[in-house]
Structures are given as C-alpha cells and as structure tokens.
Write a protein that binds this ligand. Structure first.
Ligand code: SF4
Length: 283
C-alpha cells in the first residue's frame, strides 16, 4: 500500500527524520495495513511534522502530549494501528511524565522517538538526551546534567517492547518498526536521527563508529531483562536492535476486556439532538 502523500517535508537536507518517515511507510505496508487503518499522532518539534507527511490519519498535537492523545485514540478505536512520534525534547522533557506512564501502562501503540540529542526546531539547545559536556547556546560551558538513558528508562518502567535503531540503517529500522507494530502492547522505539544543522557532535559518522548491533553480541537474548539492562549499560546505551520483548504480559485493553468489554469494543453513537443539547450547556 502507498503511504506516501504529496506533501514535501520541510526538514533540512540530510536530516535523519527523512529515513524514519520512509521506514514507517515501509513498515506499515509490510505489516499489511491500509492507510485508513493507521493513525499517526505527533508532538512538537521538527520530527512532529511527520504526521502530515504520511498518507494515514494524522494529528500534529501539542508539545509533549502525543502519548496521551495516541492512547486515547487507541482506547476509543481498537481497530486502528496507532503510532505516536516526536523528538527527545518532546518525549523526555515536557512529555516525560506521559512517557513513563505509557511505558508501564502497556496500551497497544507504537512510540517512535526521533532522538537527535538536541532541540532542532528552536535552533539548537541542549536536550535531556544531550551528553554531559555538550556545548550549545544554553550550555556554553558544557552540559552539567547527566543525560537521560532512553533504554534504561524503558527497561525500568515496565515496557514490554523496547528497541533502538539508527536512521541510516533503514533496513534494520523498518524491521524494528514492523515488529513494534505487530507487538501486542506498548512498543518503544528510540531512533538515533541526526540533526545535521545543529548537532555537530552526534553525527552520522559518530554513530557509525560508536554503535554496536545487538545481533553481533553472542548469546544476547531479548527476553532476558537483566541481560538487556547490563548490556545497555555496558555499551553506554549505544546499541541497536530489539533490546527487550515480553510476549507474555497482555496489553491494557486485553486485561480490562474481561470485566469491561464495552469500554473498548462498542462504538459510541452520538445523536444530533444529544450533541445540540450538550452545546446548549456551553452557551
Ligand atoms: Fe532535522 Fe535538525 Fe533540520 Fe530539524 S533542524 S529539520 S532536526 S536537521
């Protein structure tokens, strides 16, 4: 299926987000979805524009709030495949509270963070995933704070699918996004997506030199959380592949299905007279 539309992205040439968009489109097709089965909900930031660039339902929401909206969309319509997406500032600063609770709630959506370790849209400030010592206009003497580790955060918050990839490895990224879509529960995918305009440290070459693929580590087992955590820490978070997957824990909707099926299965029908009566109350 064709998930392309005729909107031309206004990302800078070379931005990692182009590949993430392409990988989402390929993964959606690979998963057998139709455009009308897919909803993409994004936050604010350069990467937040993605919801307008894919032929699907799309909602460019507000800063740090993609996850509550995406979870609401999924709970209202279990038939939709829902992808939430945004940047590291969106998900790990203003939206961090939502991120932690979505990780442990296990609603069946896929959350893709385009992590470029900087605020790009506002022209290059230190973000929560910028490493200590990172120099920008907001940290002219180097960042003092410790950076957030997205994988450690997800592993210790109860997520059932955790992966990381690199935007220039589109084959691996597509396979991971497709696996995340197929996973029955919350899937968290952190993507190193270089900002070529403002981040001159974490470049494509830097990632190529520093990333280790989990598939090259002998005996790595993504069902072993303790092994996942120790491996992530040993590599300073710079690994790619499926880090952890729990295929046993049921999704949020499947767990409430036993005692409240109407909450997730029945269509809510709003009659015109009911709607008019509701609107009168706001006059
Ligand atoms: Fe991409 Fe950075 Fe340009 Fe934003 S500023 S579009 S993140 S390269």
């Amino acid at each position: 299926k064709d998930f392309r539309n005729d909107v031309k992205p206004n990302w800078c040439p070379g931005c990692g987000d182009f590949s993430v968009q392409a990988a989402i489109q390929k993964a959606a097709a690979g998963a057998g979805l139709e455009p009308e089965n897919l909803a993409i909900i994004t936050g604010i930031g350069c990467s937040g524009r993605l919801s307008g660039y894919v032929n699907s339902y799309g909602f460019h929401s507000i800063h740090g709030r993609a996850l509550p909206l995406a979870q609401g969309v999924k709970m209202a319509n279990q038939e939709l495949t829902v992808i939430a997406s945004g940047g590291d500032g969106d998900g790990f600063a203003i939206g961090m509270g939502h991120t932690v609770h979505a990780l442990r709630r296990n609603i069946d959506i896929t959350y893709i963070v385009m992590d470029n370790q900087i605020y790009g849209l506002t022209k290059g400030q230190t973000s929560p995933s910028s490493a200590p010592g990172f120099v920008t206009k907001t940290t002219p003497h180097g960042a003092i704070e410790q950076n957030v580790s997205p994988l450690q955060l997800a592993l210790t918050s109860g997520a059932t699918f955790i992966a990381q990839s690199f935007s220039s490895d589109i084959k691996e990224l597509t396979a991971i996004i497709e696996a995340g879509i197929q996973h029955k529960g919350f899937s968290f995918i952190n993507v190193f997506s270089p900002c070529v305009t403002y981040n001159k440290v974490n470049t494509y070459d830097w990632f190529k030199e520093n990333i280790t693929k989990l598939s090259t580590i002998d005996g790595y087992d993504p069902s072993n959380k303790a092994l996942a955590l120790s491996t992530v820490m040993a590599h300073d978070g710079l690994v790619t592949g499926i880090v952890y997957q729990d295929t046993v824990t049921k999704s949020y909707a499947d767990q409430i299905d036993g005692y409240s099926p109407s909450l997730v299965k029945e269509n809510i029908e709003i009659k015109e007279e009911d709607f008019n009566e509701l609107m009168l109350q706001f006059k």
